[in-house]
Design a protein around this ligand. Structure first.
Ligand SMILES: Nc1nc2c(ncn2[C@@H]2O[C@H](COP(=O)(O)OP(=O)(O)OP(=O)(O)O)[C@@H](O)[C@H]2O)c(=O)[nH]1
Length: 849
């Protein structure tokens, strides 16, 4: 239906008010198709309305280029409606060319079941304007009905003819050239002008493609020119018609002014020619129908001989891009731009692949946003790798499905960009997963080592190496899960960081283990040395230090051996071992020193000295306790014992073996102990071995000496007192004095009945005791009580003297000092002042007595 008919139809459907009641109007309206009558709207007066009116269903037709040379915007919709949008390359395009009103639309409708408007038999005027398109019934074929040449309105202007030829050449595989039989041999009637245009256009396309160096070289993609000779009466066989037409075409080709380099080309270079005849539609309708059916098969079945849609004719434009492609081709044609199809195809590929990549990335983004949230630091998402792969694969599959049909290079490039974009979006997840794998592996590494170190007899180097292998494997496994193909991602940097961290942890643990080991060894040395030190220092002798040092050296040697044996499994360097040994020696020495310090503190030293003194003063050479008698030379024995004890103080004050061979030498500086134990290094910084040999400073020695002398003096006093008490006798004259002085008391007792009675009782008691022979026990009890009283008094005296400070003692001494008898004075004149003090006390006591 053409525009005039549309306008008329619209006028009938919506008549002006003044014609509304005209009798002819009702008659004309009756003749309208039911759908138009019902809707009250025209079947499609304009381009837009045409397509809308016919819908986008399978039988819809579309004016792709209107009479104003505008390209439709609804081809995509129609492709969807025709169910060809996803056909890929599985569709074909055919276009029909020919003079106006030569039955082109009729032919297409019969061949493909389309519903292009056909001119009314009675009107005989042009029906097809611009270019129409529809889908063949039951076949994936896009059929283009092109406005006929010789259009009356167009006159001699062949602009549209050229443009439509160029457009059809660019998109159609088969061009049907519709001619009447009787026109064969006539230049104008056989559309030779149109064919000349087609040939020129084709040469132009070929040249443009060649100049761009893109295809269309020797392996020229051909187009099929199918000449349909209408109203074939049968008088002239097809072969003759073919020969005539071929000869005319060759003549036409030869007459073309061909571009340089194409002078010797023939029609066959670019076209395949085929010829078919159809009987007169009106005169031989049955024959016409049967021939149309036969011809239809050649468009429908690949198995049919003479199948027209050979793959070599296909323009390789994916169906989903045909709308864009045709639009850009038409734009180029209309704007008279140089048209080269490869470039157009590449542009199309860029556009479509870009679109497809964008939608594939949208799909990927929606999948990505559905990922579960990150599990948090140090935790792994075990399914992350699989999910990343799935999302990527889904996006690429969506892209590949449609985009792979486009220009290979463009498809590949856009694919690369899409992949890079996908990888870019996934990279943070990858990095985060690696970081977490790093943390996890490091934690497991530390735990594995710590657990192994708790077992007996571990080999540190092996423990570390096993744990490290496990941790590296764990990291590698996790990294492998999230490294995507083609991503170029590498876990090496993170792995290197993990290894560095593990080295650091191993180093710390090794130092900690070394420190612990040294501490254990040090404790062992302390324990081993405790007894030796105790024994040797309680039995002071000239070789006391020789014994101690020999034992220490032996213990140290054992400790060093133990350390070296263990250190081998720690993978320690020689430098570290030397440093550790140095530290071990130092700490062992300091341990010994602290033990010695315990023994040489003032109180224990005093005890030791007292014991030695007691041994020498209170016991004789045979070890028998002395009972002092008047003939004993207490002073001499006391002096000797005291001097021999005082001589021990210098012995105790310095660790100095009698035999220089037993001396020990240790370096004094802090050295490199920080390699093993940085904390110990600072503690040992001030270590001075020579100084450490000194146990008692001169002032300590002096104080100790003073304290000891006082203690010893107390012994001396006690000895003297015990000797006095054992030898004291009552003089006989005392008894006479007692009788004289006590006679009056005796008389008083005799005379007093009470005292006398008590006396009788006492006498009786004495008699009984005597009679019963109980004198011994009674005397023993009496002596015991007496001794206890004496001891208590002595103790009180001793405490009294001991509590006196030197000053107060001196003051007291000064207050109570009395001249020493000459005999004694001679004996003690050369003695030390302390001895003079010792003499004072018996004098005082004797004076008191
Ligand atoms: N003689 C003859 N007439 C035919 C044949 N087929 C169709 N016609 C008539 O030719 C006239 C034009 O038919 P269309 O199919 O509209 O021709 P067209 O080439 O599409 O016309 P435009 O679109 O206007 O260029 C119609 O009246 C048809 O009935 C045929 O095989 N032989």
């Amino acid at each position: 239906m053409n525009q005039s008919i549309d306008i008329a139809t619209e006028a009938l459907a919506n008549p002006p008010a003044d014609l509304a009641d005209h009798p002819l109007l009702a008659q004309a309206q009756e003749s309208l198709p039911a759908d138009i009558k019902d809707s009250g709207a025209p079947a499609g007066a304009a381009v837009g309305l045409q397509s809308v009116a016919h819908g986008s269903g399978l039988d819809a037709k579309l004016q792709v280029v209107d009479e104003n040379q505008r390209f439709t915007s609804t081809l995509d919709e129609h492709m969807e409606g025709w169910q060809l949008a996803n056909a890929g390359f599985n569709y074909d395009v055919v276009a029909v060319f020919g003079s106006q009103s030569t039955g082109k639309s009729t032919l297409l409708n019969r061949l493909f079941g389309t519903k292009f408007d056909v001119m009314s038999e009675t009107e005989r005027r042009q029906t097809t304007k611009g270019i129409w398109m529809s889908k063949g019934q039951d076949m994936p074929v896009l059929v283009m009905d092109v406005e006929g040449t010789d259009g009356r309105e167009r006159g001699e202007d062949q602009d549209f003819e050229r443009k439509s030829a160029l457009f059809s050449m660019a998109v159609a595989e088969v061009l049907i050239v519709n001619i009447w039989e009787h026109q064969v041999g006539l230049y104008q009637g056989a559309n030779m002008g149109l064919l000349k245009t087609v040939f020129e256009v084709n040469l132009g396309l070929f040249l443009a493609a060649k100049q761009k160096g893109k295809g269309k070289g020797d392996t020229q993609d051909k187009t099929l020119l199918l000449f349909v000779i209408r109203d074939h009466i049968g008088a002239t066989p097809l072969a003759n018609l073919r020969a005539t037409l071929t000869a005319d075409l060759n003549r036409l080709w030869d007459g073309l002014s061909k571009p340089e380099g194409l002078e010797h080309t023939t029609i066959d270079t670019f076209f395949d020619l085929d010829f078919v005849t159809l009987a007169h539609k009106l005169l031989q309708p049955e024959k016409f129908e049967s021939e149309v059916v036969e011809l239809r098969k050649r468009f429908q079945s690949q198995q049919e001989e003479g199948y027209v849609f050979k793959s070599k004719y296909h323009k390789r434009i994916p169906a989903d891009g045909i709308s864009t492609y045709m639009g850009t081709i038409w734009d180029a044609v209309v704007s008279n731009k140089d048209l080269d199809l490869p470039t157009q195809q590449e542009l199309l590929a860029q556009f479509r692949c870009g679109e497809l990549a964008a939608s594939a990335f949208d799909l990927f983004s929606s999948l990505l946003s559905a990922f579960p949230p990150a599990p948090g630091p140090g935790k792994l998402d075990s399914s992350l790798g699989a999910r990343m792969r799935d999302a990527k694969s889904a996006a690429l599959a969506a892209y590949d499905e449609a985009a792979s049909r486009y220009h290979a290079a463009v498809y590949g490039r856009q694919r690369g960009e899409l992949v890079a974009k996908v990888h870019g979006a996934l990279a943070p997840l990858f990095a985060s997963q690696l970081k977490n794998a790093h943390k996890l592996a490091l934690r497991e590494y530390r735990v594995a080592i710590e657990q192994a170190l708790r077992t007996e007899g571990y080999d540190f180097a092996r423990v570390v190496s096993d744990a490290r292998q496990q941790a590296e494997k764990r990291f590698d496994d996790e990294a492998k899960k999230v490294v995507l193909d083609e991503s170029g991602w590498s876990p090496e940097e993170e792995r290197a960081a993990l290894v560095e961290d593990m080295d650091h942890v191993a180093e710390l643990l090794r130092k900690e283990e070394t420190r612990k080991m040294v501490a254990v060894i040090e404790r062992n040395i302390k324990r081993q040395m405790a007894e030796t030190v105790e024994y040797s220092l309680n039995q002071p002798s000239e070789d006391m230090w020789d014994k101690v040092l020999t034992a220490f050296k032996a213990a140290l040697q054992k400790a060093e051996d133990a350390y070296l044996k263990k250190a081998k499994s720690f993978n320690c360097t020689q430098e570290e071992m030397d440093a550790a040994l140095q530290l071990l020696r130092r700490r062992a020495w300091l341990a010994l020193r602290s033990k010695l310090n315990e023994h040489t503190a003032e109180a224990p030293m005093l005890v030791k000295l007292k014991l030695v003194f007691e041994d020498k003063f209170r016991y004789d050479a045979d070890g028998v306790p002395r009972v002092w008698k008047p003939e004993d030379d207490i002073d001499s024995i006391f002096r000797k014992a005291k001097e021999s004890v005082l001589e021990l103080i210098p012995l105790y004050s310095e660790i100095k073996p009698a035999d220089p061979a037993n001396a020990l030498e240790l370096p004094s500086s802090a050295g490199t102990t920080e390699i093993v134990d940085p904390a110990a290094a600072s503690a040992d910084e001030d270590f001075d071995f020579a100084e450490s040999l000194q146990l008692l400073s001169p002032s300590q020695q002096s104080a100790l000496s003073t304290r000891f002398r006082r203690e010893a003096d107390a012994y001396y006093v006690e000895a003297k007192r015990s000797m006095v008490s054992s030898t004291a006798q009552i003089p006989y004259w005392i008894y006479g004095v007692l009788v004289v002085l006590g006679f009056n008391e005796f008389v008083a007792v005799i005379r007093s009945p009470v005292y006398f009675t008590l006396l009788l009782i006492a006498g009786a008691a004495a008699y009984v005791i005597w009679t019963l022979n109980m004198t011994g026990p009674v005397l023993a009890v009496t002596r015991g009580v007496t001794n206890e009283v004496v001891r208590t008094v002595n103790e009180q005296l001793h405490n009294y003297f001991a509590a006196q400070t030197p000053d107060s003692h001196a003051a007291r001494s000064h207050r109570h000092a009395v001249p020493v008898p000459a005999a004694s004075s001679n004996a003690t004149s050369s003695a030390a002042p302390e001895e003079i003090e010792l003499k004072e006390k018996p004098s005082v006591r004797e004076k008191d007595d």
